[in-house]
Design a protein around this ligand. Sequence first.
Ligand code: NAI
Ligand code: MG
Length: 357
Amino acid sequence: MSLRQHKIAVIAGDGIGIEVTAAALNVLKAVEARLGTFRLVFDEFDYGSARYKATGAYAPEGWLDHLATSDAILFGAVGDPDVPDHISLWELILPMRQRFQQYVNVRPSSVLPGIAPHATAAAVAGLNWVFVRENTEGEYSGQGGRTHVGSTLEVATDVAVFTRGGVERCMRYAFEVARSRERKLLTVVTKSNAQRYGLVLWDEVAASVAMDFPDVKWDKMLVDAMTVRMVQKPHSLDTIVATNLHGDILTDLAAALSGSIGIAHSSSLDPTRANPSMFEPVHGAAFDIMGRNIANPVAAMFSAAEMLRWIGEEEAAVLVERAATQSICGGQVTCDLGGKLSTVEVTRVVCQMVERL
Ligand code: NAI
Ligand code: MG
């Protein structure tokens, strides 16, 4: 019998992205060996800030065409203390999300068993949310510019672009996620009191898509009040849909409320499957801890598990999730969760569990 084969592009990127991606690859290899039902062919790329500093480009010409041939992309993080953040983001990660029409970014947040005693943050017991973040337009559309640079007349704009089609496809996906979950509850986040065009469109599209989902209960929140509700009434929320910028910010808060940003994973999906989707931790390159072997690798492992699910390897996905969750349950965690293990030690523990489960 020939094995199912999947071609995975791996971009570890920068900083702790390199450390946690190595960890995720080890776990993927462990689950591949354990099950023996599929084969992952890894195509590893050195795209990142080191390459930029050496050659002036984050990636070689034609890189996006090359990546387009993969079944999925496993991404670490991008960012370097020597490179302005807007350059690193716009040279590497945002072009992939846009070119591959990864128009939703799905970010689940839940408090795992065993988290509370170890967490340094105030984990909210029982929290279980899924954020659907619009991922190709809005505030991160890339429209704008600077003129009269350096003079007192200087003008700088970042135009938030909301298209009916772009909002609708994301909204529809969010309603579908809400429908698939037990509570069938969706909260639509905007700032449509102050942003009276794009986000009023957002509200209108939500209302019209809602008509196709009569079984989903939905409500609206302004983003500022949403931060308060997340902290004070976390159990009133289930599935949440937000714009690119709002989703970015709210999911860092969600990660902190669920124990640590080190366990928060995300999937940048093209639900049409015309292009490869990308699986990545929520966190960035974490300059303050890079190179110290203390980064929590679990967000990268959960991202890898979601990738397995997306490419059809559900059994492997569940195995990786169970192994990583059990390491947390058993307190075998890095210092962000109150533990003493290094990145490499947590990885070893999770790989051993994958072999034993
Ligand atoms: P960050 O997410 O890298 O770090 C924020 C804080 O969380 C730091 O104190 C860090 O030590 C901690 N942290 C993050 N991941 C952790 C992990 N796995 N285990 C334990 N602790 C962890 O955000 P920051 O510091 O604002 O950005 C650093 C660089 O990363 C910047 O260049 C930024 O632009 C970039 N960035 C890249 C992202 C991406 O590639 N998707 C996302 C966010 C930021
Ligand atoms: Mg972010």
